[in-house]
Design a protein. Sequence first.
Lengths: 288, 166
Amino acid sequence: MNKITQAFPRLQSAGFKRPLAAYRLVQAAILISLFWKWKFFLQADSIYANIPVEDPFFPDWLRSVTTIRLAFWGSALATSISLVTPVNLLQKFCSWFGFLGISLMCIHQGSYNDMTFVTIWWCCLWSVWLAHRLETGQQELLIRRAAFLSRLIISLILLGGAAGKWTPEYWSGEVLFDIYFVDRDFWVFNYLRDNYEPKELQEIAKWYSRQTVVVETVSGIGLWILPARWAALVGTIILSGIVIMSNQYLLSVVGCLIGLACVGFLVPRRTHPTVVTAHPSTENSTAN
Amino acid sequence: MVDLNDASPSDNEQKNGEQQRDLGFCCIVAFIGLIAVWLLLMPWIPGIAKQSLQRFHLRTPSFSVWAAQFPIPSMYNFANQYKVEQYPPGFVMMILDESWRYANHFPTRVITFFAGRYNFLSSKQDRWFTLKSSYRGQVLESKFHLEAQAEGGYKLIRIDEIEESL
């Protein structure tokens, strides 16, 4: 990590803007999240068109297949433009457009329950905020704030997961046993089913569930307090762990958050007075 | 290791220019703080858990109040169970599947979302869904009748006899 950090001042002097890099990194991560379950969304589209469910709870237009198609493709297109365009006005416009499209996905009958869109929504909110500040003269302050917001958002999302699990059914492992251990086709659970008896599986599920509750609780409460690069490292490990140990489809939920977590790696080390005194020439390069 | 001032400007920026005030940054931080307080109080304030359980069953009194809660993250929240039957609840006949299964969040997904909609509603026959969510002693049970329509698709009818202990 030190070598990477030392390389940043050289990159900055060559025109590398950390906030812009962070912005593009998150747009790319949003696109990964959106398209990770691409086949799944294609099938969903066909099912929604063929089996409409009339529920007066949702306004008609938030049950419509056309709305969900426009919201999805509009957000994907806007995010793609945000990723590549060098024009700040376009970045701002596309960030707002993506934000509004994903907001619709979060309340549409066909997608409200998919946490992919909630995590993407938080990344879009962060993107809107950053897009309006990309041309500031205080680039270092901006990347520090961007990283702070990113770990605050990740903490909140993990806290949201934890708070709903502070209940006996999760502490006993009963819920995750039924969802994952009984019949989920994923390497961890296939391996466990092949090698352990049902009684033993219940015991494993209990500790698996408790581990999840504890990790989400601790990181939900404490991740945002860590320094930027430590938070980035810990956040990336935890979020990747969720995918590796639970379900590959969860990459659509946490993929954008992993991108958001990585923003912390772009924060430069603070300059220390002792270093400035000993090597005056380093001061300017590390502060930029 | 802890650095609470990590979002503050560097020494150079403090020396060379005034610190930019950022209202948008403060608003987002405040918004996150508000949601965090809501989540942290959920185990101790039954009203908050009740709101969240109703949100999960699409039973919030108004759609706008329900929609306003979407930013609150709720992955794998509560013990949500569902049961799907071919006949109305209480009907003395062979039941398709007596067993309850768990759903990760928003148990109404078994009716509205991709896989559930396909698995349970592609037969073009009526179905009855019973959903039960519990959180630290609070339980919300909802029953839905999915009535097959002649022109295709289904009509969702909320069954009035709802047992709950909120």
